[in-house]
Design a protein around this ligand. Structure first.
Ligand code: FAD
Ligand code: SIN
Length: 525
């Protein structure tokens, strides 16, 4: 079946829905999500969204904090754009019904996180993302111009390749005409033709054995653009959050927000001693790359599986008031954070790199825009400053709407794209072939491509991955398409890109640390 829309939005997190709301004023929107609408990284966000609201904070301070965290690799124009546009984006969220916590005097109750020089994080308790996701879903519920497709999995974006042309990285003017989408309820593959396509497919956590990301985070958008010969950058900068709750077997890892350190919690070894001052004068509030590496080091030296985060010295009622979900979660596991220390360890959390976009959110493929965690805008550089990603998603979705609607009238549907061809394929063989390969990717990446890297480990990871790549492509060619086989292909592509980019970087910078090149080079080029 063929469906036609002015805008095809792939992803229902903050980037996708905020784009859909604004684009729906100009045309018909298809909003597709491979799971339920609210199963997104967005819904899991805890700490909040960074924005300059009151003095003594200033744009300049937020800009400098972002650039310092980014370790010399940020694009300053992107940083300035995002931070200066933040207040307008916050106004949009408020208009859409998002409820940020306020103090008794009516001003926003601002939190602070690692690397921030001021209190500037707007939040809703310790579940800001859930509040945003639900508010936005309510906002689109009655919108006649937005058609929602849950449990619809985008397999490939449509380009000239699907017209039989050979498309390479050097093909001028690669164009996007929409996507092939699998309806998981009927198992039919539909052709969604669109004048404008937006990828808002989120993160890549499922590439690792432990992650704070839900299982939808398989890097599909990045892999699709890579296959379509678009440009992907900075994949080596994978962010590990320092304080995932240590609870082996739980997936995704439950996050202990960095805001709790901004509130006064400190990191301690199992024997109760503080250790962060050894690594950075900002102590437990140093930027994320530094804290995660320090914890990793302490755990390795001592042979421990976790360190502690201690908030027991703070007022118990205030702690429960600010962090009710963390309090409840820990209580359910048998400890009370107002009296007991919290066991934590670093876990994969975010990807700074991704699909390259410009200031209008254009990818290198015509009529294809992207926003949110799947992109590389230059804002985060080599290490993202906490709570800058929700903001980035909003700013670049807004930029995409502005640009896309200015060119919309000049674009027509490509009616020559054929239907999906399943000839010569059979129902998948044993599912175990797919699930086992998936586990192998996670193990390879967590063992060899984690917080501390080396040439030897990266090369070993690459050679293991090549075997999985060949086996999976062969299986894909012979099988009827399923979400599982597509996701496996995608995590393999993402893992390949991370390793390839990591091998290319002959220095340590931000989130990329290698024992073979422990120093940062003067220039990052
Ligand atoms: P997502 O919200 O992840 O949405 C991705 C969407 O794409 C989903 O709807 C998914 O179904 C869809 N999708 C993916 N692939 C396909 C496909 N093939 N076909 C169809 N649909 C597809 N950032 C902050 O700024 N502040 C915070 O406090 C914060 N806390 C966080 C806490 C946690 C536990 C996590 C995991 C992240 C946190 N982040 C935080 C990061 C932030 O939440 C994400 O970077 C951001 O929400 C990403 O939004 P997005 O719209 O790009 O993607
Ligand atoms: C957190 O709450 O610690 C996560 C914030 C972020 O990832 O930006």
């Amino acid at each position: 079946m063929t469906r036609k829309f002015d805008f095809l939005v792939i992803g229902s997190g903050l980037a996708g829905i905020s784009f859909a709301i604004k684009a729906s004023r100009y045309g018909k929107v298809a909003l597709i999500s491979k799971a339920k609408l609210d199963e997104t990284n967005t819904a899991y966000a805890q700490g909040g969204i960074a924005a300059v609201t009151y003095k003594p904070d200033s744009f300049e301070k937020h800009i400098q904090d972002t650039i310092i965290a980014g370790d010399g690799h940020c694009d300053e124009a992107a940083v300035r754009k995002v931070i200066q546009e933040a207040p307008a984006q916050i106004d949009d969220l408020l208009e859409w019904g998002v409820n940020f916590d306020k103090k008794e005097d009516g001003l926003f109750d601002l939190h602070k996180e690692g690397g921030h020089s001021e209190f500037r994080i707007l939040h809703h308790k310790d579940n800001t993302g859930y509040e945003m996701q639900q508010s936005l879903i309510r906002k689109i519920a009655d919108n006649k111009n937005i058609e929602i497709f849950e449990n619809h999995f985008a397999i490939e974006i449509l380009t000239q390749h699907h017209l039989g042309e050979v498309v390479t990285q050097h093909t001028p003017n690669i164009e996007c005409y929409g996507a092939y989408v699998l309806n998981e309820e009927t198992n039919h593959i539909h052709k969604f033709l669109a004048k404008i396509t937006l990828l808002a497919t989120g993160g890549i956590g499922s590439v690792y054995a432990t992650t704070t990301n839900p299982e939808i985070a398989t890097g599909d958008g990045i892999a699709m653009v890579h296959r379509a010969r678009g440009v992907i950058q900075d994949m080596e900068f994978v962010q590990f959050h320092p304080t995932g709750l240590y609870n082996p077997g739980e997936r995704p890892t439950f996050l202990i927000t960095e805001a709790i350190r901004g509130y006064g919690a400190v990191l301690r070894c199992k024997d109760g001693r503080e250790f962060m001052q050894k690594y950075d004068e900002r102590g437990s509030l140093a930027s994320r790359d530094i804290v995660a590496r320090a914890i990793d080091n302490e755990m390795k030296i001592r042979g421990h599986q976790f360190v502690y985060l201690d908030v027991t010295h703070k007022n118990a009622d205030e702690t429960k008031e600010h962090f009710p979900n963390i309090y409840k979660k820990c209580l359910s596991l048998g400890f009370d954070i107002t009296k007991d220390m919290i066991p934590v360890s670093p876990t994969q959390h975010y990807l700074c790199g991704g699909i390259v976009i410009d200031e209008h959110s254009r990818t290198t493929i015509k009529s294809l825009y992207a926003a949110g965690e799947c992109t590389c805008t230059g804002l985060h550089g080599a290490n993202r400053l906490a709570s800058n990603s929700l903001l980035e998603a909003l700013v670049y979705s807004d930029a995409a709407v502005k640009h896309a609607t200015s060119v919309l009238s000049g674009i027509s549907f490509n009616e020559f794209i054929p239907d999906w061809n399943d000839d010569g394929t059979k129902l998948p063989e044993e599912m175990v072939l797919i699930t086992q390969s998936f586990r192998e990717v996670e193990q390879i990446m967590s063992t060899y491509v984690g917080i501390v890297r080396s040439n030897l480990r990266l090369k070993r990871a690459m050679s293991r991955l090549e075997i999985l790549f060949r086996e999976t492509e062969d299986l894909f060619d012979r099988s009827v398409v399923s979400r599982e086989i597509c996701e496996l292909r995608n995590v393999i592509s993402v893992a390949y890109l991370i390793i390839k980019h990591a091998l290319r970087r002959k220095e340590s910078r931000g989130l990329h640390y290698t024992i073979d090149y422990p120093k940062r080079m003067k220039s990052d080029k």
